[in-house]
Design a protein around this ligand. Structure first.
Ligand code: HGY
Ligand code: MN
Ligand code: MN
Length: 402
């Protein structure tokens, strides 16, 4: 059976790739993201699928008339800074390729099938992850979303207007939501679970609870050479202690805590900073552990701030509760696709947002030989991607041919 996977994959690969690092910078509503959206429309059009952009900027390509009980598959096209090629796009390329497989086999679904590209899953530009699916399900209000700002000070409202999206209309979309009968997201695995199990494809059991917190450290700018150590109010020092506290807080816990983004003001080599802002990404196997870890880090930051005479303010920017995927759907899918193994993940996904909103949802993972993700080194072998496409095609046929 011919597969269209390679052609789809190759056509998307150059968009938004940085020549120096080889990583992707497909941030929401930038030129690279708009080019990815154009690619999506072209791929849908070449397959005779009708495309619509919903009120929240998510793209849908329909095989069959949009309607209730639709079998929806897809993922996201945006990336983290210098992200890999697979996180997100693999789910969308595999979705189009799976439709091609079904058509080649002469499958005639009785339910509509849709491919969806959710907007701004990574939150790399405006700070909140899964903006498109959170708006769709009402887990993020239009009011809060409109006010989100990027690093250049542009609000999401201004950005949407520039992209031709009516920002006044964003928010929970019951019409779009009520059409989804089932959602299945295929994703590259962001770990080595499938490598250890020696299997190309797996099925998700759950997503760890996770969130993002902004830590603002406020001190006093002063001269790097002439200011005595005891006279300093150095927020970098407090930040550094807090980063170490994050490492300590996860010791012995099934938890992760990462400061991966930092802003320093005024950011001069020979000046003590006046302010440092760091963003904490924290995750854990359960919510009690997550809450304890974040509380420990906050307490450590406050204690260091007191001894350093530095102000500390912690703001929660997003929080996602634990997601347990629909057990019957999950087990049925695993049986259908060659008794694929079941595994949890600590990565967030639009599938988790939909599951939390009550949509029957499942996820397929495709083996990642190194487990590396959110990096240009992220990878999946083509044979495994084809196995993923075949598995997805089998799942879509099973769900849509009732
Ligand atoms: O950050 C995450 O967990 C996901 O990759 N968006
Ligand atoms: Mn990601
Ligand atoms: Mn992803």
């Amino acid at each position: 059976m011919d597969s269209s996977f390679a052609a789809l994959w190759t056509s998307l690969l150059p968009i938004g790739r940085d020549r120096t690092t080889g990583g992707y910078r497909r941030f929401a509503w930038t030129d690279a993201d708009m080019a990815c959206r154009e690619w999506f429309r072209d791929q849908a059009a070449s397959r005779g699928l009708d495309v619509e952009q919903d009120r929240n900027g998510n793209l849908w390509a329909w095989w069959g008339s949009p309607g209730r009980d639709a079998v929806v598959t897809g993922s996201h096209l945006d990336s983290v800074p210098d992200g890999g090629a697979y996180d997100g796009p693999l789910g969308i390329v595999s979705a189009f390729a799976a439709i091609d497989v079904l058509r080649q086999r002469g499958v005639r679904p009785s339910l509509p099938i849709a491919v969806v590209a959710f907007s701004d899953e990574e939150g790399a530009r405006f700070g909140v992850a899964c903006v498109g699916s959170r708006l769709l399900t009402g887990q993020l209000s239009g009011e809060r979303a409109r006010a989100l700002r990027d690093a250049d000070g542009f609000t999401l409202a201004e950005t949407l207007t520039k992209a031709g999206v009516d920002h006044a209309a964003i928010g929970r979309d019951d019409d779009a939501l009520s059409r989804i009968g089932t959602f299945v997201e295929l994703h590259v695995e962001q770990g080595r679970g499938l490598v250890d199990l020696d299997r190309p494809v797996g099925v998700a059991t759950s997503i760890w609870p996770h969130g993002r917190w902004r830590f603002d450290f406020t001190g006093e700018a002063n001269h790097a050479g002439t200011t005595l150590p005891d006279d300093r109010r150095d927020p970098m020092l407090t930040f550094a202690s807090t980063v170490l506290a994050a490492r300590t807080a996860v010791e012995g816990n099934d938890a992760r805590a990462t400061f991966g983004r930092v802003l320093v003001d005024p950011n001069g080599t020979n000046a003590i900073p006046s302010a440092v802002t760091g963003w904490l990404d924290a995750r854990a196997r359960n919510e009690t552990t997550l809450d304890d870890v974040v509380a420990d880090i906050g307490a450590a930051a406050a204690a260091s701030g007191e001894s350093d005479r530095v102000g500390v303010a912690v703001t929660s920017e997003s929080y996602t509760t634990v997601t347990d995927f629909d057990p019957a759907l999950r087990d049925g899918i695993a049986t259908l696709i060659d008794h694929a193994p079941l595994l949890p993940t600590a990565a967030g996904h639009d599938a988790g947002i939909l599951a939390t909103a009550g949509v029957p949802t499942a996820m397929l993972f495709v083996r990642n030989p190194t487990g590396v993700s959110h990096s240009p080194a992220e990878h999946a072998e083509e044979a495994d991607c084809l196995a993923g496409t075949d598995a997805l095609a089998a799942v879509l046929a099973d769900l849509a041919c009732r």
